[in-house]
Write a protein that binds this ligand. Sequence first.
Ligand code: ATP
Length: 248
Amino acid sequence: MEDAVSVRDLVVERGGRPVLRSISCAVPRGAVTGLLGPSGSGKTTLMRAIVGVQTITSGTVTVLGRPAGAPELRRRVGYLTQAPSVYADLTVRENARYFAALHGRGHVEADRAVTDVGLGAAAGQLVGTLSGGQRSRASLACALVGDPELVILDEPTVGQDPVLRADLWAQFHAMAAAGTTLLVSSHVMDEAARCDRLLLIREGRLVADDTPDAVRAATGVEDLETAFLRLIRANEAGRDGAAGAEKS
Ligand SMILES: Nc1ncnc2c1ncn2[C@@H]1O[C@H](COP(=O)(O)OP(=O)(O)OP(=O)(O)O)[C@@H](O)[C@H]1O
């Protein structure tokens, strides 16, 4: 089956500096793909390119068989930005119902989305009075309420307590089992083990595009953080070698 997202030789410059340096990768359908990398590595920029809101320098990004940003993708792709994008002067329920209406969905779906993110008890509360973690979950409910085929989530678990984090990951996997494709970014390496596939980026370059087990097997270590460190070092050594060869 065709991948949900296919990125080829993607180069993005922001503020006159290269931020993504020729990235090629794919996001398979019906799975949870983790986009891992340190702060500033380019995760948000790659997600923005997939959603179609990022000006790109060169390369191609294909989403559900269409060029990224094509108008017909709007209803098929859900995007959770890092900064919560909900109305502070509406309640959680009102926000969810508003976004549901934009997607042609009703109150039942909206209220279910609110319960699914663990905000059932706070449904009648104004978003402006929620904690940061709750506000982020309200935003998540609004991103999911249209039941999009592809869901792009920028650090959805930041600031959530461990029990809620586990619940959210269980929800992501249940959605994937039902056929939804998820791309979830995180800079917390212990979340890598929860993903079906991993994309690891560093300084705008792709360091790994594989399953957690394949990353462990390739590096010979169980712990994914240590495995990533090894991949990064091997990658840098390879680049230094290639640069040296070019100079000589
Ligand atoms: N509007 C902008 N103008 C110029 N440079 C930018 C802009 N936005 C981001 N950058 C730069 O692009 C690089 C990648 O940023 P990006 O937000 O994609 O990283 P990230 O991996 O998502 O980081 P974080 O985990 O901190 O959110 C950083 O060096 C950042 O400073």
